[in-house]
Structure formats: structure tokens, C-alpha cells
Design a protein around this ligand. Structure first.
Ligand code: BQF
Length: 292
């Protein structure tokens, strides 16, 4: 079994980006600048957005964090987005999800200028991704492609089973892996909560992407020998022995599945850190596109 080490790989990628930034600075070019808007004070969301700001510092990017109160109106949030859209200092920005229930997420994502949409959530960018045109590929699917690429996991002609159909992971992942691209050309099956006989389907899989959000859902009896398993789950489970009071649990019963796997991502330290690294990569791409 080979561990797909997202922590190490993301550190490598961040080092590569830092090198690029040094070169930009040496040539008197603008430093990439990422902004993030967070609405409210959900603990996990604050952790994620802080990790993004810290990663910006690590690679030499400028960053701006805009914190808005939980009771921010949709109108006020749209106004903040409009300001970032026209701010020439900002290369890319994200709106940290999830948003409070009184705000229409779709309406917000559609307000972001597609050229600054480094999360790749705007319908224009989702459309481009689906058509295999140059765009911002959203950070988690992009990170998974990059991890498979760097570990030389063969995808061409393989049976991939994606569990979960979210707009953020399952759906784009199934599209990307079926495309004619370096990490792609797979035969993809997308499964979800209404899928019948899931186990019969996963037992056929060479590669499984578990992105359904149920802790330790994928068990050893659901996978064949030498499977590659990508675990996108990150549920917080109460754990009094930890200083934060919780631990992160993936969608895969890691210990038992790892015994049968050729490659597997850990949680934490697998897909999560790759998500952060690819957001930086998209921001660098946004900066370079804007200077053209
Ligand atoms: C790790 C996210 C659900 C909903 C909104 C490192 C992250 C997570 C785990 C991280 C995530 C998940 C992010 C680890 C960003 C990934 O070591 O395993 C980093 O920060 N993520 C997000 O911004 O919004 C989410 C998951």
C-alpha cells in the first residue's frame, strides 16, 4: 500500500509556487493577491479560511480576509463582491462556503467575475470545465487530479466509481476523469444516495472517489484488491483526547480498506491540503492571465 500523501505533495506544490512568486518579484511584476469573504463564525469555516490566508503568506501572495457578521444581508454580500470584482489589486477571490441559510448561494456564486473566480464555481467556469476548455478547475477536484498525476496512478481505461454527486466534488470529478486529458480517459460511474446495489458497483472499481460525507462509509468488503481510494470526507467527530475536542474522520474505514488498497489517501493529510494548494495555483494563474 502506498499512501497518497497530500500534506507532502501540497508542500511541494507550495514550494513551486513560492519560486514562481520570487521570479515575479525579481521581474518587478505584481504579486498575486487573493481575497476571501467569510460570513458568520462557523468554526470549521474559520479554520478553512485561516488556512487559506496562512498558505498565501507561505508562498508570498498578498491576501485580504473580509469578515462579515452572520446577519449580513444578501444585498450587502453582493455589494462586497461587486467591490472585489472591480478592485484592480485583487487577482482572485472566494466566498467561503457554506453561507448562512438566508443567503442564496447560487445567486452569490453567479455574482463573482468569472475571471476572478479562483474557486471555479461560477456557471461559466463550470461550463468551461465540462467542455474541457481552459478555466479555473475547482480546488478539490483539481487537487485530486494533481495527486493522482504526481503518484503516477494510471486512470486511462480504468473503472472509476465516484460516490456522491455534489457540485463541488462528485459531479466535477466524474466529468474530469472521463475527459480526454492526462489524468482522465477513465470509465466513470457516478453513484449517490438513490443508487441500488452500491457494493456490486464499487467491487468493480479500480479507483474509488468517496465524497458523500458519511464517516467510514466505505468498508473493506466493498472494494477489490489493489484498489486506489481517494477519501474526500472530513467529518469532525467529538474526541475528548484531542486538544481541539474533535478529530477528522474520512468517508473511508481507513485501517481495513488500506489493507486491500494499492494507493489510498489518509484523513487528515490527504485531499484537504491539496485543496488549499490548488486554490493558490488558481490564484497564480489568475494573476498571470491578468498581466497578459
Ligand atoms: C487535512 C471544506 C467541506 C465544506 C466546506 C487540510 C483542509 C481540510 C483538511 C481545508 C474544506 C475541506 C475546505 C485538511 C478547505 C478542505 O489536513 O486533512 C485542509 O482547509 N479544506 C473549505 O474551504 O471549505 C469546505 C469541506
Amino acid at each position: 500500500m502506498i499512501l497518497l500523501d497530500g500534506k507532502k505533495t501540497s508542500a511541494d506544490i507550495k514550494e513551486e509556487i513560492a519560486l514562481d512568486v520570487r521570479e515575479l518579484k525579481a521581474n518587478d511584476e505584481k504579486t498575486p493577491h487573493l481575497a476571501a469573504i467569510i460570513v458568520g463564525s462557523d468554526g470549521a469555516s474559520i479554520t478553512y479560511v485561516n488556512a487559506k490566508v496562512k498558505a498565501c503568506e507561505r508562498v508570498g501572495f498578498e491576501s485580504t480576509l473580509i469578515r462579515l457578521p452572520e446577519d449580513t444581508t444578501e444585498e450587502d454580500l453582493l455589494n462586497e463582491i461587486a467591490i472585489l470584482n472591480v478592485d484592480n489589486d485583487i487577482d482572485g477571490f472566494i466566498v467561503q462556503l457554506p453561507l448562512p441559510k438566508h443567503i442564496d448561494e447560487q445567486k452569490i456564486l453567479m455574482a463573482v467575475d468569472p475571471d476572478k473566480d479562483v474557486d471555479g464555481f461560477h456557471p461559466t467556469n463550470v461550463g468551461k470545465m465540462a467542455l474541457n476548455l481552459p478555466t479555473f478547475i475547482s480546488a478539490t477536484p483539481f487537487g485530486i487530479l494533481e495527486l493522482l498525476d504526481r503518484y503516477n496512478v494510471e486512470t486511462s481505461g480504468k473503472n472509476v466509481v465516484v460516490i456522491g454527486r455534489s457540485h463541488i466534488v462528485g459531479s466535477p470529478m466524474s466529468i474530469l476523469l472521463s475527459q480526454k486529458r492526462k489524468v482522465g480517459n477513465a470509465t466513470v460511474t457516478i453513484t449517490h444516495s438513490r443508487t441500488k446495489n452500491l457494493k456490486e458497483i464499487t467491487l468493480q472499481a479500480d479507483i474509488i472517489i468517496a465524497a458523500l460525507g458519511i464517516p467510514e462509509f466505505l468498508k473493506a468488503d466493498m472494494v477489490k484488491d489493489n484498489v486506489t481510494v481517494i477519501d474526500v470526507g472530513i467529518t469532525r467527530m467529538a474526541d475528548p483526547s484531542k486538544k481541539r475536542g474533535f478529530r477528522l474522520v474520512g468517508d473511508v474505514a481507513f485501517n481495513e480498506v488500506a489493507k486491500k488498497a494499492a494507493y489510498i489517501t489518509p484523513v487528515p493529510g490527504g485531499v484537504g491540503p491539496m485543496t488549499i494548494a490548488m486554490l493558490l495555483k488558481n490564484t497564480l494563474l489568475a494573476r498571470k492571465r491578468r498581466s497578459k
